[in-house]
Ligand binder design. Structure first.
Ligand SMILES: C[S@@+](CC[C@H](N)C(=O)[O-])C[C@H]1O[C@@H](n2cnc3c(N)ncnc32)[C@H](O)[C@@H]1O
Length: 181
């Protein structure tokens, strides 16, 4: 992410949660850039607002309470196709209601929408968690969708995220680069 996002970039945080990724993105895009942040929970957006205020980064971020499947509706026509990076950190809100999770059907629809918004050279990152109910099915759905992109137009990589404790269900990171329109 850090390698592709520059000053003035337009980027999307598809799952704002507690706001840590949103803050990272807001720092990277600089004062001229823009972050669009989506979450279905007001609690997540409120926590993120607080964090952004503390860091004096609110101006660069538009927080939107919506399903990320609808992300394209919130971007201007000029911005569509110009997004440099889109981050998905799936699962539930840490410290929040664990029954409110990302679901495979919506996640795949949102990934398709995200892919269409990317500019050439832009990337999508997806972190999948497999430890909670439904997490494994979601990871399989994401993997299937990512595999369908193994064409000349994109590069797909997948890696386990190392954890301190040994675990059979380490989170997985997918990185998708759109190389051409
Ligand atoms: C693992 S958390 C994200 C962590 C966050 N990126 C951070 O830095 O703290 C996942 C978030 O996805 C949100 N979420 C679940 N389904 C969603 C959907 N369909 N559209 C947008 N956000 C969704 C949850 O409310 C939750 O806050």
């Amino acid at each position: 992410m850090a390698a592709v996002i520059g000053q003035g970039s337009v980027v999307i945080d598809a799952t704002v949660g507690n706001g840590h990724d949103t803050v990272f993105l807001a720092k990277r895009v600089g004062a001229e850039g823009k972050v669009f942040g989506f979450d279905i929970q007001e609690e997540a957006l409120a926590k993120t607002r607080l964090l952004l205020d503390q860091e004096e980064l609110r101006e660069r971020v538009r927080l939107i309470r919506a399903n990320h499947t609808d992300m394209a509706d919130h971007l201007s026509h000029e911005t569509r196709g110009e997004v440099r990076a889109i981050m998905f950190n799936l699962g539930y809100l840490p410290g929040g209601d664990k029954s409110l999770i990302t679901k495979p059907g919506d996640t795949i629809d949102a990934l398709k929408a995200a892919y269409s918004l990317l500019r050439p050279g832009g990337i999508i990152t997806i972190v999948c968690y497999r430890g909670h109910p439904g997490g494994c099915q979601e990871y399989i759905a994401v993997g299937d969708w990512a595999s369908s992109l193994y064409t000349k137009e994109s590069i797909v990589e997948c890696a386990e995220i190392p954890q301190n404790q040994k675990s059979k269900s380490a989170p997985l990171l997918f990185i998708i680069e759109k190389t051409k329109e």
